[in-house]
Write a new protein. Structure first.
Lengths: 116, 114
């Protein structure tokens, strides 16, 4: 069964620090997709990135970057020069094609607090 | 503006009452989902629908019911059979019905049972 582990329950940093959120996944499939979502205090989940298992290139989007390593089954998320507005709960998720739509599995989330 | 709306934002219910949570999307997405989120936990799937007039149970469907009479609407009813209904409920939709399609979420409804 597929599984997503976000071992860091809470992280607190001071503004302008870099921070990395870890995500480790388990799957038996060679084809799968990984996602990151941000949940600010308002509650809505905001989509950040979707990555398929065949694309191991790291992705950078502004201050956000993602490091995908199949060898360690990890899809870590780094925020550079963090800001107070980055404070949120971040979820990593995994899905596999060819199955039912109930196969998107979310990690428990990491609560990031960025202090001014 | 295209998006997903959920209403109400906060909902209070007495024990033994059924309550219906609304979810509407104008993204023309085929698939819609309902998730439950408890404090400190990830999302758990309640129900999903890949097409109008069809829906499937997720991991925790007991005590919940849904309908999908229109493409844009997927209401969730929390019945009195749900033993612990106090939670944050999130609705999502995706353009297609593949499990790997990106899901986009609404703002959520926080349900409290008094």
């Amino acid at each position: 069964a597929q599984k997503v582990t976000q071992a860091q329950t809470e992280i607190s940093v001071v503004e302008k620090e870099d921070v990395t959120l870890d995500c480790v996944y388990e799957t038996r499939d060679t084809t799968y997709y990984l996602f990151w979502y941000k949940q600010p205090p308002s509650g809505e989940l905001v989509f950040l990135i979707r990555r398929n298992s065949f694309d191991e290139q790291n992705e950078i989007s502004g201050r956000y970057s993602w490091n995908f390593q199949k060898s360690t089954s990890s899809f870590n998320f780094t925020i550079t020069a963090s800001q107070v507005v980055d404070s949120a709960v971040y979820f990593c998720a995994l899905s596999e094609p060819g199955y039912n739509n109930n196969d998107m599995r979310f990690g428990a989330g990491t609560r990031l607090t960025v202090k001014p | 503006d295209g998006g997903i709306t959920q209403s109400p934002k906060y909902l209070f219910r007495k024990e033994g009452q059924n309550v219906t949570l609304s979810c509407e999307q104008n993204l023309n997405h085929d698939a819609m989902y309902w998730y439950r989120q408890d404090p400190g936990q990830g999302l758990r799937l309640i129900y999903y629908s890949q097409i109008v007039n069809d829906f499937q149970k997720g991991d925790i469907a007991e005590g919940y019911s849904v309908s999908r009479e229109k493409k844009e609407s997927f209401p969730l009813t929390v019945t009195s059979a749900q033993k612990n209904p106090t939670a944050f409920y999130l609705c999502a939709s995706s353009i297609g019905s593949a499990s790997t399609d990106t899901q986009y979420f609404g703002p959520g409804t926080r349900l409290t049972v008094l």
